[in-house]
Design a protein around this ligand. Structure first.
Ligand code: MG
Length: 399
């Protein structure tokens, strides 16, 4: 049986956590982020919540309920921290769906993990890494589908970690309050309570007519949800995330490190012109390697700043090959993905003159290659010993 490998990640009190990462002396205190006059609370620490502060709540009311509340203005780099958090996720799996600034889904299917224990270990590692790198606490739920993973991640916040084994969905859902189901608001919950439905399990043994009167036309969908059924895939193209990728299946399996690195660089060379053509920059490079028996390994790394230059990513390649290709057996396929897409124009100022010159040169090369008559090689293709012999096995076709 395939392990349950869908993870829902939900940062705990995200805006407050971003502020606390900069002001660790405030940890453990009643802290909230929000506007002071006529504002609302957008995020509250768990200590503040225990004192009656919730979100969204008018700030003035929060200050009355909790006079020693430490109120911080809503002005941190929340989008930047969110991006770095999801970049760390994309170092684990290419299938990351950024749902909102602080919530998303991961599908660890492509990681080739053997069983539930391996999925759990990898997910705990990610939870720790997000804390170590960003000092952002997150809660995780692991399940066989998105719905159950989402319910699981919210069950034991903060720093929750809840695993629902495949096949255990209905039993996991049954004792939970019906209000934990996404789409059941407070009003619906009260209406259902008046009909004797308090827990999710109260729904599943009702007859069709009663279900129709409880949930209306869509009662079959609601029944499926109450049983913990969901077949929506994790979709990385939804939300902000977008990526560029390329893969090559080799005519003959290869096992030469220099060849693998050269092919990976060739893929970077063919992806970055597309990134530039879209006016974007990218942060994360992910390498996936597949063996002839179709087992595969995948690992990613991020640059400190997004870039649209091939040269920025070259240095990551040997590290990725070393980390991803642990079995050192011949490979049947490799795939390269660049993700963590950002708008190109926004960061022009941070690049020095050298990068600016490289970028202009890269632009010339793009146009020459697009014109079709040229066969312009990048520096590394000349450097790699015997690179010419391997063309046709794995490097991208050129005109
Ligand atoms: Mg959250």
């Amino acid at each position: 049986m395939k392990p349950a490998a869908i993870v829902h990640l939900d940062a705990d009190a995200f805006f407050v956590s971003v502020e606390l990462a900069l002001r660790p002396e405030l940890r453990g205190k009643k802290v909230a982020v929000g506007g002071r006059s006529r504002g609302i609370i957008s995020s509250a620490s768990y200590e503040a919540r225990a004192a009656g502060v919730y979100t969204p709540m008018p700030t003035q009311r929060a200050l009355r309920a909790c006079p020693d509340l430490i109120l911080l203005p809503h002005e941190g780099d929340y989008a930047g921290v969110s991006r770095r958090m999801f970049d760390l996720c994309e170092e684990v799996t290419p299938l990351v769906q950024r749902n909102s600034i602080d919530e998303g889904y991961l599908d660890l299917g492509p990681c080739g993990l053997a069983d539930d224990a391996a999925v759990e270990a990898r997910t705990r590692q990610l939870q720790r890494r997000i804390w170590d790198v960003l000092q952002i606490p997150v809660s995780m739920g692991i399940a066989a589908n998105r719905l159950v993973a989402q319910v699981a991640s919210k069950l034991r916040k903060p720093r929750g970690f809840v695993v629902v084994p495949r096949g255990g969905e209905a039993a996991f859902m049954a004792p939970l309050d019906i209000g934990v189901l996404p789409g059941i608001g407070q009003k619906t919950q009260e209406r259902l309570a008046n009909r004797g439905v308090h827990r999710i399990g109260d729904v599943v043994d009702r007859g069709e007519a009663e279900l129709a009167s409880l949930f209306g036309r869509d009662w079959r969908e609601w029944l499926a949800r109450c049983r913990g059924e969901d077949d929506r895939p994790v979709n990385p193209e939804r939300g902000e995330a977008k990526s560029y990728s390329q893969q090559e299946t080799f005519g003959e399996d290869i096992r030469d490190v220099a060849a693998i690195e050269a092919i990976a660089k060739g893929m970077v060379d063919s992806l970055l012109p597309k990134v530039r053509a879209d006016g974007k920059r990218v942060r994360t490079l992910t390498l996936l390697v597949r063996y002839p028996d179709f087992t595969q390994e995948s690992v990613g790394r991020s640059l400190p700043e997004a870039s649209d230059l091939e040269t920025a990513f070259y240095a990551l390649i040997p590290k990725l090959v070393k980390q991803a290709w642990t079995q050192r057996r011949p490979l049947r396929l490799i795939s390269i993905k660049v993700s963590g897409v950002e708008d190109g124009a926004r960061q022009l100022d941070i690049f020095g003159e050298t990068d600016e010159r490289r970028r202009r040169l890269a632009g010339y090369l793009d146009r020459l290659n697009a014109a079709g008559g040229a066969n312009v090689l990048h520096g590394h293709q000349l450097e790699a010993p015997g690179a010419g012999r391997r063309r046709g096995i794995g490097s991208p076709r050129r005109p």
